[in-house]
Design a protein around this ligand. Structure first.
Ligand code: 8YV
Length: 323
C-alpha cells in the first residue's frame, strides 16, 4: 500500500523530520517560508495529512475548497486558534495538537518574563550593550521585588498550573486563579491557590497577572482598557498565551500613561508584525514567541505529532484530537 502523503509546513527538528521521512511520503519545507493561503488551499487537495504551525493562518479563506484530500491537520503546538474550526469541520478534517510536552518550558518562559520586567533586565542589558553603564550606584535601575508577591493566573490548565508551581514553591508567591470552570480543590491546594469567579475579581488583588487561556474569537481582547484599569497601578501583565487575548492599543495606552507598572509579552496580535504603539513603550519586555523554544520541547512536540499521525493512519483515535 502506498504511504500516506504528508506535508510539513515549516522546518522541524531534524530527528523528527527523519522519523517522518521514514514512515510517510513526506514533503518538507526546506526554505522554511510560511505557506500563502493559495499554497495552503492547493496542499489540502494533494496531501493526506498537513502538519502546520502557528505561522499558518488557516482561516476560512485558506480552506475555501469544495473537497479536501487532507484528512488531518496534525498541528505542531498546543494552541490552535490559527485554525478555523468550522471550516475544518465542513471539510471533514480532524485537528490534533501537542499538549503537555511544552507546559514546563512555557511556564519557565512566563517566569523569565515576570522577572525580566520586574527587575528591569531588558533595560539593563540594553544600557550595558549601548556602552552607557557608568557603574554601580544605590539608585540605579531600581525594580520591583517578585518573591512573596501575589500572582493572578487567568486560565488554569496545564501551563497555568506549572507557572503556579514555580511561583509558589520557588518564589513564595500567593496564587489567585480565574478559570472558566471550577478547578479541582486538590489541584488548587497544591499551590495554596484560591479561585475567584471573575477576571474583575482577580485583577485588583494581584501584583502580577499572567495569561494562560486559549486564544481565538472567544478570548479576543479579554484584556481591554476597562480591565487594565482594574489592575493595581504598579502591577505587571505577562502574556505567553496568544496575542489576540490583549487589546494591544489599550495596553500601550496603559503603559504610556503608567496606569500599570509594566508588561511582558511573548506573543502578539498579528505577529511577527509588532504594533508601533507597543514598540514605543519602555516599561515593556518583548520576546519573539519563545515559549516552547528548547531543543527538548521542540523535539517532544514533533514526536507527539508523529504519535498522533500513527494513531490516525493506524485507524485509532489520536489522543490529542481537538477538532
Ligand atoms: C509553539 C505555542 O511553538 O504551542 C503553542 O501553542 O504557542 C508555541 O509554543 C507554536 O504554537 C508552534 O505552532
Amino acid at each position: 500500500m502506498a504511504k500516506p502523503r504528508v506535508l510539513v509546513t515549516r522546518r522541524w527538528p531534524v530527528a523528527v523530520e527523519a522519523q517522518l521521512q521514514d514512515q510517510y511520503d513526506v514533503v518538507l519545507n526546506t526554505h522554511d517560508k510560511p505557506l500563502t493561503p493559495s499554497e495552503f488551499r492547493a496542499a489540502l487537495t494533494v496531501y493526506d495529512a498537513v502538519l502546520p504551525t502557528v505561522t499558518d493562518l488557516i482561516n476560512a479563506d485558506a480552506m475555501d475548497i469544495p473537497k479536501a484530500q487532507t484528512k488531518i491537520l496534525a498541528n505542531y503546538g498546543v494552541g490552535y486558534s490559527h485554525i478555523d474550526a468550522a471550516a475544518a469541520k465542513d471539510l471533514n478534517i480532524m485537528v490534533t495538537n501537542t499538549p503537555d510536552v511544552l507546559s514546563e518550558c512555557t511556564a519557565d518562559l512566563a517566569m523569565t518574563l515576570m522577572l525580566m520586567v520586574a527587575r528591569r533586565a531588558g533595560d539593563g542589558e540594553r544600557e550595558l550593550r549601548d556602552g552607557k553603564w557608568t557603574g554601580w550606584r544605590p539608585t540605579h535601575l531600581i525594580g520591583t521585588k517578585v518573591s512573596g508577591k501575589t500572582l493572578g493566573i487567568i486560565g488554569y490548565g496545564r501551563i497555568g498550573q506549572e507557572v503556579a508551581r514555580r511561583a509558589h514553591h520557588g518564589f513564595g508567591m500567593k496564587i489567585i486563579v480565574q478559570s472558566r470552570s471550577a478547578v479541582n480543590p486538590d489541584i488548587l491546594a497544591q499551590c495554596g491557590a484560591t479561585q475567584v469567579d471573575t477576571i474583575e475579581d482577580l485583577l485588583p488583588l494581584c501584583d502580577f497577572v499572567s495569561l494562560h487561556c486559549p486564544g481565538g474569537a472567544d478570548n479576543r481582547h479579554l484584556i481591554n482598557a476597562a480591565r487594565l484599569n482594574l489592575m493595581k497601578p504598579d502591577a505587571f501583565l505577562i502574556n505567553t498565551a496568544r496575542g489576540e487575548v490583549i487589546n494591544e492599543h489599550d495596553l500601550a495606552r496603559a503603559l504610556w500613561f503608567d496606569t500599570i507598572g509594566g508588561a511582558a509579552l511573548d506573543v502578539f496580535d498579528g505577529e511577527p508584525n509588532i504594533s508601533p504603539d507597543l514598540l514605543g513603550c519602555d516599561n515593556l519586555v518583548m520576546l519573539p514567541h519563545l515559549g516552547s523554544a528548547t531543543r527538548t520541547t521542540r523535539e517532544a512536540m514533533g514526536f507527539r505529532v508523529v504519535e498522533n499521525l500513527a494513531d490516525f493512519f493506524g485507524g485509532r483515535a489520536p489522543r490529542d484530537r481537538v477538532i
